[in-house]
Design a protein around this ligand. Sequence first.
Ligand code: C5P
Length: 222
Amino acid sequence: MNGSQRPLRIVVTAGPTWEPIDPVRFIANPSTGRVGFAIAEEAKRRGHRTTLITGPTHLTPPAGVRCVRIQTARQMLRQVSRAFPQSDSLVMTAAVGDFRPAQPRRQKVKRRRLAARWSLPLVKNPDILGTLARRKGRRLVVGFALETHDVLAEAMRKLREKELDMLVANRAKPSGEPFGDRPVTGYLLDRRGNIDALRGVTKQRLAKLLLDRVEYLWQTAT
Ligand code: C5P
């Protein structure tokens, strides 16, 4: 942070969501939360007031960061909606589940009662970023995207359609990138038309690049 600037209030989301099927099963995804935790750590190191809203992960929150733990997409929406009005920037790295079981069972579904084929009705989860970006005012809203193909075209469409200020578009590779400790390949785009290619950068490096851009957009906002 530049010495003359006030600290920003940054809300970072991280990790997967868990959408219950019954009390002992859920639908999740391979997100580990690493990129969100790295961003929260770097934001704190720069002196920003940082809140981390995270799905289930084994990671330890950085010291000095307010951490709120949630499990489902709807719980994340509730917590992000509460923190958003008092924030300057929202960085949504969370891999929010797109769907959840329509009616989680109160009791464990017994395997012996199931036929060889079982259909589980799903309903769409709320789009947290889409919901909040519409009422962002001066806040800087940053999204993440994970694609296997057409990475840049999809990224440009999402940036525009979700009215984001920045987007990090990750390329998902058969090697397992960008999950866990693996590096990130893709693009960092902003609403002013800047596009930077990311070629195998670590998550710590991505956190620095992202916060440099957030601070720059904030300081040069008209
Ligand atoms: O459209 P897509 O799901 O690829 O967008 C990904 C971005 O949207 C991520 O920043 C993710 O955190 C966010 N998202 C969300 N609510 C959802 C699904 C994704 O805020 N239900």
